[in-house]
Design a protein around this ligand. Structure first.
Ligand code: CTP
Length: 401
C-alpha cells in the first residue's frame, strides 16, 4: 500500500524510541521506503544500527557527517521525503521546532522541510500538560503541523495518563489513510465558507453569532490535504490558515456572497460551513448611535440565502450545506436539502455537548438525495472533515461511473 512512498522518521530521545523501531518495521512491511534521523539522546536508548537494519538505509545522526559529498544531507533528506514523522516527539524537539531552532540533524532537517510534518508526542503526563509545552504545540499547530495525539495509559515514569506514544500499528494506519486520500481531489477546486458574518449596526457595533469557524477550517484543510485547489472564504475568526489553502477574508453576508460568486463557476465542490446571518440592519448608522431614555428598535432585513442562490445557479458543482439545529434535526435537514437544492446537508444538533460551535469535536449526520442518510460518530473536527470528504468523493465517483 505504501509502495514508492518515501517516509523520513525523526527519532528524538524518549523511552518510546523502542516503539519507533517497530514503526520502521511496519512502514517498511507496507512497502514504504524509510530513512531515519536520530537525535543524540535517542541514541542513548537504541543504537543507530537497529534502525539501519530495520530500514535498510543509512541512519543520520550528525549534521556535519556528510555521507555523500555531492549533497548537503539535511537539505537532501528534507527534499527526499513525501512525509516526515517525528516519533517519539519529545518536549525538547517540539520546543525547538516551535521556536525555529536548528541545532542538530533532526531540527535542521525539519526546518528545511517542505513535505508535511507529523509529530507523535510522547512524554510524562505533567510535561505534556506544562504551559510551555502547550504553547509550543499550539504554535506548531498554527504552523500547519499535524499531531498524532498520544494515548492514555501506563507511562514508563510510573504515572498513568496521557503521554504514551501512539501504537506503531495505529500510526501506520494513519499514514496509509493519508496516502490513499492524498490525490482524491487532485485537479478539483473546492470552495469552503467558514465562520460567522458581521452585520454592521454603526461604526462600533454589529450583529453576529457564535460560530468559531473550526469546522469550516477543518473542511478546507482536509480538501487541501486531498489535493484540491482550496479557497476558504472566511468571516472574522482567529484561526490559522490550514496549509495549502488560499483564504479570502470577508465580513458581511453580502461580502461572502460576492466572494463565493467569483469562484462558483470554476468550483467542483462548494461547502457552505459558514453561519451566515439571516438578517442585517436595514440601515447602517454613519456615526456611533447614542443611548437614549427607554428602549430602542433596530429594523432588520433579510440577507441573501447564499446556499439557496447557488442551488438555483448550479450546473455540475456539488453543493454541500450545513445545518445547525437544536431540535428535529432530521426533519429540518431534509427540508433544507430540498428547499436549497443542495446535494448534501451535513446536520448537527448544536444542543448536544461537544458538538456545538466552539467545540473541537462534532457529531453529524449527512443527508443526501434519494433518502441517503449516514451518521458519523463524535470525533475531532479535523478527523471528521477528512471522513466527510472521503465519503462524499466516494459517493460522487459512484454516480459518475
Ligand atoms: N446559509 C447561506 N446564506 C444564508 C443563511 C444560511 O448560505 N443567508 C447556508 C449556511 O451556510 C448553511 C445552510 O445555509 O450551509 C444552513 O444554514 P441555516 O442558518 O441553518 O439555514 P436556514 O435555512 O437559514 O435555517 P433556519 O430555517 O433554521 O433559519
Amino acid at each position: 500500500m505504501l509502495e514508492n512512498r518515501k517516509i523520513l522518521l525523526c527519532v528524538s530521545g524518549g523511552i518510546a524510541v523502542y516503539k519507533a523501531v517497530a514503526l520502521v518495521s511496519k512502514l517498511s512491511q507496507a512497502g514504504a521506503s524509510v530513512k531515519v534521523i536520530m537525535t543524540e539522546s535517542a541514541q542513548q536508548f537504541v543504537q543507530p544500527l537497529t534502525f539501519q537494519v530495520m530500514s535498510r538505509n543509512d541512519v543520520y545522526t550528525d549534521t556535519f557527517d556528510e555521507k555523500d559529498s555531492s549533497v548537503i544531507a539535511h537539505i537532501d533528506l528534507a527534499d527526499w521525503a513525501d512525509l516526515i514523522i517525528v516519533a517519539p516527539g519529545t518536549a525538547n524537539v517540539i520546543g525547538k521546532l516551535a521556536n525555529g531552532i536548528g541545532d542538530d540533524m533532526v531540527t535542521t532537517t525539519l526546518l528545511a522541510a517542505t513535505a508535511p510534518i507529523w509529530i507523535a508526542p510522547a512524554m510524562n503526563v505533567h510535561m505534556y500538560d506544562h504551559a510551555a509545552v502547550k504553547r509550543n504545540l499550539q504554535q506548531l499547530h498554527e504552523d500547519g503541523i499535524r499531531f498524532i495525539e498520544p494515548s492514555e495509559g501506563f507511562l514508563a515514569c510510573g504515572y498513568v495518563g496521557k503521554g504514551r506514544l501512539e501504537e506503531p500499528e495505529k500510526i501506520t494506519e494513519l499514514v496509509k489513510d493519508y496516502f490513499t486520500r492524498e490525490h482524491k481531489l487532485s485537479g478539483k477546486k473546492v470552495v469552503v465558507t467558514a465562520g460567522p458574518t458581521r452585520e454592521r449596526i454603526d461604526p462600533v457595533r454589529f450583529l453576529t453569532n457564535f460560530s468559531s469557524g473550526k469546522m469550516g477550517y477543518a473542511m478546507a484543510g482536509a480538501a487541501a490535504e486531498m489535493g484540491a485547489e482550496t479557497i476558504l472564504i472566511s468571516g472574522p475568526v482567529s484561526l490559522p490558515v490550514p496549509s495549502g489553502v488560499t483564504r479570502i477574508q470577508v465580513e458581511s453576508a453580502e461580502d461572502m456572497l460576492k466572494a463565493v460568486e467569483a469562484h462558483f463557476d470554476t468550483a467542483n465542490y462548494v461547502v457552505k460551513t459558514a453561519a451566515v446571518a439571516d438578517y442585517r440592519p436595514k440601515a447602517i448608522a454613519n456615526q456611533k448611535m447614542k443611548k437614549q431614555e427607554g428602549g430602542s428598535t433596530i429594523e432588520l432585513e433579510r440577507t441573501v440565502d447564499i446556499l439557496k442562490q447557488l442551488g438555483q445557479q448550479k450546473k455540475n458543482q456539488v453543493l454541500i450545506g450545513f445545518a445547525a439545529e437544536t431540535n428535529d434535526v432530521s426533519k429540518y435537514a431534509k427540508e433544507k436539502l430540498t428547499r436549497k437544492n443542495a446535494d448534501y446537508i451535513i446536520a448537527n444538533d448544536v444542543s448536544e455537548a461537544q458538538a456545538g460551535f466552539e467545540s473541537d469535536t462534532n457529531r453529524v449526520t449527512v443527508f443526501g438525495k434519494n433518502d441517503f442518510e449516514q451518521a458519523f460518530d463524535m470525533m475531532p473536527k479535523q478527523q471528521l472533515a477528512r471522513q466527510l470528504f472521503e465519503m462524499i468523493t466516494d459517493k460522487e465517483e459512484s454516480y459518475d461511473s
